[in-house]
Design a protein around this ligand. Sequence first.
Ligand code: DGP
Length: 110
Amino acid sequence: MTIFQKIIDGEIPCSRLYEDDRCLAFKDIQPQAPFHALVIPKKPVEMIAKADEADEALCGHLLRVAAKVAKDAGYEAFRLVMNNGEAAGQSVMHLHVHVLAGRDMTWPPG
Ligand code: DGP
């Protein structure tokens, strides 16, 4: 079981920003920007590459919720990141969207 599943199950606390029947958004414990949230599906999809056709609406919902939590926190500009696989920086094998805001972002990302 991943740490995010434990957060969904309420076994580990989080700083919750938004929740509905399909997803949960909370503050990242290791923030990489003044605002850093994570949006995760309640369904245990391992990573975006493992999402199937039936998950399309869910994936779109995660992106809309990501935009909402940034807006609700007062940010018009924000960056969304999904790391897919260890080599891409994914450390928790439960699909999540990073929402980063509150500082200038550089490109290309590291
Ligand atoms: P990634 O490296 O893309 O898999 O991102 C995982 C993120 O999850 C990382 O930025 C740190 C965050 N994280 C790990 N454990 C916890 C936790 O227990 N609580 C919270 N709020 N965030 C966590």
